[in-house]
Design a protein around this ligand. Structure first.
Ligand SMILES: [Zn+2]
Length: 167
């Protein structure tokens, strides 16, 4: 195997053996203040000890002196991801992509591998695609079908209550 590793289109390395490439994200901070950029930690009581949902720097009794607007918590982009990786395996003739959103030591994986040409199978020489699926043994996280090929990760969306209307 020979492969080139590129970052933003620039070749940074050549790979001639089984390789494992991983992007690791700092997923510790999930929320940030939209006004001052302070890192915010969500607790069961909100974003500060008073149970407020605003940045602790926000002083509701004082005028908005710096004109930055309300100190509103907003989610940090890509904070849902622990890591993203690519692993090649020549012995298995397979490449696996991984995305970790739950426990940092695990990941959802997508693998394509070729069945060996000499396999005693009508699939000899064919490519197989392996995907995560709902109710998979030892899943990285729970998957709930939304549309064909799209899943909700984690908690399912609660079913809407049927409206009770007068007949
Ligand atoms: Zn703030």
């Amino acid at each position: 195997m020979f492969a080139a590793l590129t970052v933003d289109g620039t070749t940074v390395n050549s790979l001639d053996e089984d390789s494992s490439i991983k992007l690791i994200f700092d997923a510790d901070i999930e929320f940030r203040c939209s006004a001052c950029g302070a890192d915010l930690v969500e607790t069961p009581h909100g974003f500060d000890d008073n149970g407020d949902n605003a940045c602790p720097a926000y002083q509701p009794d004082e005028p908005d002196a710096d004109g930055t607007g309300p100190h509103t918590p907003e989610r940090v982009a890509l904070s849902w991801c622990n890591s993203a990786g690519i692993r090649t395996d020549e012995a298995d003739d397979a490449i696996t992509l991984s995305l970790s959103t739950g426990h940092p030591l695990g990941a959802f994986t997508i693998t394509i591998r070729r069945v060996p040409d000499d396999a005693d199978s009508p699939l000899a020489g064919r490519l197989l695609l392996h995907l995560p699926y709902p109710d998979q043994p030892m899943p990285h996280d729970q998957l709930h079908p939304l549309h064909p090929g799209t899943f909700i990760i984690g908690r399912p969306v609660p079913a809407r209550r049927a409206r009770l209307t007068a007949a």
